[in-house]
Ligand binder design. Structure first.
Ligand SMILES: [Zn+2]
Length: 212
């Protein structure tokens, strides 16, 4: 467990960073989240940050990365957009975290009951929301190719699109970022695929889709 938000973070490996998150979510699901003196961490981190992980999650109010992984200030570089989409701005934020802040792990975190994924399943196109959903359409089309026509009423189908979307966003990150793909190739960072269950509080990592 890494209590101090600055010390020894250079020594942590991508797989150790993943373990810290797994342990943190374990604490969260058991109601054993650590008590932190956040104001003292404000003081410790006032001149510098060194988050060990960057997490691309959804803006959904139930999925705050710091809380569900039981982490404090300075631990996680949190990038949140509806549908956990790897937009160019999101990818730029992840690049900043791994290249300039020393984060060793990128997590793409989908979640059950995602409104953005449901809207994409229903081919919603309105307003700027439609711009977000375009990023989820590859996952929808992939799953529609494997199934009869489905919509957001089929929650099992929505769950499959959610998982597929995590995979597509990881690919979008790799295709869109020379910085991230080269650091992954050099084994300086890892990328993990995960889905959060809003009914249990549990994060399930998909190791077969994670890259180390
Ligand atoms: Zn969502």
């Amino acid at each position: 467990m890494y209590k101090h938000p600055l010390l020894d973070r250079d020594k942590i490996t991508p797989k150790e960073a993943l373990e810290v998150l797994v342990e943190g979510n374990e604490r969260f699901t058991k109601s054993l989240s650590l008590h932190r003196d956040l104001l003292s961490i404000v003081n410790i981190t006032k001149d510098k940050q060194h988050p060990f992980a960057a997490i691309l999650g959804c803006s959904d109010s139930r999925t705050a990365s710091e809380i569900i992984f039981d982490q404090g200030l300075g631990d996680i570089f949190s990038v949140r957009l509806a549908g956990n989409i790897a937009s160019p701005f999101a990818i730029g934020s992840l690049e900043f975290s791994i290249k300039y802040l020393g984060s060793k792990l990128i997590v793409v975190l989908g979640h059950s009951g995602c409104g953005a994924v449901k809207a994409a399943c229903d081919n919603y196109t309105g307003g700027h929301i439609g711009e977000i959903l375009k990023h989820i359409q590859p996952a929808v089309q992939h799953e529609q190719g494997l199934n009869q026509h489905c919509d957001s009423n089929d929650l099992e189908y929505v769950g499959r699109v959610c998982q597929s979307n995590v995979e597509f966003q990881i690919q979008a990150i790799l295709d869109g970022s020379e910085i991230i793909s080269s650091m992954l190739e050099a084994k300086q960072i890892g990328i993990a695929a995960a889905v959060y269950d809003v009914s249990s509080g549990r994060v399930t990592f998909d190791y077969s889709k994670s890259l180390f």
